[in-house]
Each structure stands twice: as structure tokens, then as C-alpha cells.
Design a protein. Structure first.
Length: 355
């Protein structure tokens, strides 16, 4: 029986990933959930009501615990932030496949440096799994298929202020939008330059703002896209104005510091009775059959974190069916059609058309 461990299973995202694995997998498997708090982890494991679910205590900052706990497994999913990829290193040593959701470039670079070890041990370690990054890269890969020459790609991510992403998700996104952006060889503040984009099943175009995202670099290098830009905004204009002001004044850097970030939960509330739809749009301009051509891919999903969980569970299913090796990104191991087919959900809606 396949054995899957979810590290950080009791967190907001970890819980969703466990539930999606149970929903998606069609063959018997053993699910091991971990937490550094035993009571909390045991309660969550029991709540899943899955016959082969078990709890193991694991503190990701304790190298000895990692060594003792990560054994006799087929796959480890890391749904919690690490300062150093100790989990990945142990997985490679023991030839256990690994999937990580962390979006930060410094950590991703550390995992990529383990590529030769992955290949030598014939094991795969996947980074940047999720919605953005993750599904975003798969949409871009699909979008440029059939183009002889790609002149420009724009990815727009419209978020919900009602998203149930937890404090970690809020801090992740604020850290991303606050970074500097290269606009035509000029460095500007992130989340300041605007563009209007069309999103699926939205009555009118929405303003989104230019950001730098770590996924861009890897898509540019691997898919040979020179002009790739990422844009984002929330669905409430007043919220966007506030974030822009916080960024200009440097206040974002203050509120995302470790000692203050948990105070964010007092101000950003999730209402389960209201929509938390998230949208992705990819615009491609280039040449096809020596003729100028433009394409639009638009996707709507009921939840940011929920989609990250679905993507991660689907990647797990795909990874366990193939003998892959190396430190890889989702767009390097599958395609958009395969990932959506594996998810088996009509909650994600996709529209592709020429423009």
C-alpha cells in the first residue's frame, strides 16, 4: 500500500491537502499526518475518518525527529515553511518523492541545488506546487503551445478579500506584492503599475497591478519566454488602494514581521457564507503559422487555498504513477489537461479562446 505523509497537516492548507488526497486517490493508501503538537495532530487525524490515517509527531526544526519520522514512505508533501530543506534532503537520501508548496525563491533555489542528488538517487522533488505558483505555470505552458514565436505573456491573478488563506497565506502574498519590479529595465515598487484585464464570468474588466513573482524566472528559462509579466489585485478596489499605500510607505514590511503577523487575523475575516472565488487569466501575443495571433485562457475557482490543495493532491497522484527524478516544477512533470482531469472537479472552470 502506498504511504503518503503530509508535513504541517494541521494547518489551514495542510488540512485541505489531506482531504483532497482522500477524495482524489482511487486506490488504497496510508496517510500519515504530522504536527509538532501531539493532541492537535491526533484530533485532526481522527476527524478525517479515513481507515488508514495515522498521526506522527514531527517538528521540522528538529533534524533528529526528521531522521526518525521520514522512513518507509512513498511520498512526502510539505505544507509548512522551512528555513532549510531538511525534509527534502532526508527524502532524497531515502529515495522518497517530495512535493513542496513554498513560493519563496530563496528556499526554491536551495531545493534546486539538490537536483543532481535527486537524479543520482532517482527520486523527484517538486517545488512551487499550488494555484499561484503551480497551476499558473501550467496555464502559461498550455497557452503558448502552438505559437511559433511568443512576443508577450501576461498573467493576471484576481484574488478575493474573503479568501480563507490563514495568516501564513496573507503574509505570503503581501511579501510578494511588496517586492520591487523590473518594468522596461526600470526598477519600480511592486503593486503600483496598473493594467486592465478580463476575467472569466466577470461582467467587466478589472484593474490589476504589476508584481514580481518567483515563478516567472523559471518559466522564462524553461519555456523560452522573454516578455512575461505577472499582475494581481483583490476584488475590492478600496483594499487595493490600502495595500498600495502600505507598500509605498513601507508599512507592509512592518506588518509582515514575525512578531506582528498574527495580528493580521483580527483585520482579515473570512465569511463562509460569501464567495471567495479566485480568477486567473493568461494573455498571449505572438505568431502562429507566420501570422500574428493572440490567445486568452481564463479560469475561475471557488477558492485559492482549496485549489492549491487540489493541485497538490493531483500532482501526488501523477507523481506516484511515473518514475521521475530531479528537482522539478509542476509544469515540467505534467500539463493542464492532465492536472484538471486528475482533479476530477467541476468547481474549476476553464475557458480558452482566440482574441
Amino acid at each position: 500500500m502506498v504511504k503518503i505523509m503530509v508535513v504541517g497537516a494541521s494547518g489551514s492548507l495542510g488540512q485541505l491537502i489531506c482531504k483532497e488526497i482522500i477524495r482524489i486517490f482511487d486506490k488504497p493508501f496510508e496517510l500519515i499526518v504530522t504536527d509538532y503538537k501531539e493532541t492537535r495532530g491526533e484530533v485532526f487525524a481522527s476527524s478525517l475518518k479515513h481507515k488508514y490515517t495515522f498521526f506522527k509527531k514531527l517538528d521540522i526544526n528538529n533534524e533528529e525527529e526528521i531522521h526518525k519520522t521520514i522512513v518507509n514512505l512513498d511520498l512526502v508533501i510539505v505544507a509548512i515553511e522551512q528555513k532549510h530543506p531538511m525534509v527534502q534532503e532526508k527524502c532524497i537520501e531515502k529515495q522518497i518523492m517530495c512535493i513542496d508548496v513554498t513560493p519563496y525563491q530563496p528556499f526554491v533555489d536551495m531545493v534546486l541545488m539538490l537536483n543532481s542528488k535527486c537524479e543520482n538517487n532517482q527520486v523527484a522533488s517538486i517545488v512551487m506546487s499550488g494555484f499561484v505558483p503551480g497551476l499558473s505555470g501550467l496555464m502559461i505552458k498550455e497557452g503558448i503551445r502552438g505559437f511559433q514565436e511568443v512576443e508577450e505573456v501576461n498573467l493576471g491573478f484576481l484574488q478575493s478579500t474573503n479568501a480563507k488563506v490563514g495568516v501564513t497565506g496573507i503574509v505570503d502574498m503581501l511579501s510578494i506584492v511588496s517586492g520591487p519590479v523590473d518594468l522596461n529595465n526600470q526598477i519600480i515598487k511592486g503593486f503600483s503599475f496598473k493594467k486592465r484585464m478580463e476575467f472569466y464570468k466577470k461582467d467587466k474588466q478589472s484593474n490589476v497591478r504589476l508584481i514580481h513573482h518567483a515563478e516567472q524566472k523559471h518559466l522564462k528559462e524553461n519555456l523560452k519566454i522573454n516578455n512575461l509579466r505577472y499582475w494581481t489585485a483583490w476584488d475590492q478596489p478600496i483594499f487595493n488602494k490600502a495595500i498600495s499605500l502600505f507598500n509605498k510607505t513601507g508599512f507592509i514590511n512592518f506588518i509582515t514581521q514575525a512578531q506582528y503577523k498574527h495580528s493580521l487575523s483580527k483585520f482579515v475575516k473570512h465569511n463562509p457564507r460569501k464567495s471567495e472565488n479566485a480568477y486567473l487569466t493568461v494573455e498571449i501575443k505572438g505568431k502562429s503559422n507566420n501570422v500574428k495571433h493572440s490567445k486568452l485562457l481564463q479560469l475561475v475557482t471557488p477558492s485559492d487555498y482549496y485549489t492549491t490543495a487540489m493541485i497538490t493532491a493531483a500532482l501526488s497522484n501523477i507523481l506516484l504513477k511515473h518514475n521521475l527524478s530531479g528537482a522539478r516544477f509542476p509544469f515540467q512533470i505534467t500539463n493542464l489537461d492532465n492536472i484538471l482531469r486528475t482533479i476530477k472537479s467541476d468547481k474549476i472552470q476553464l475557458n480558452i479562446r482566440d482574441i
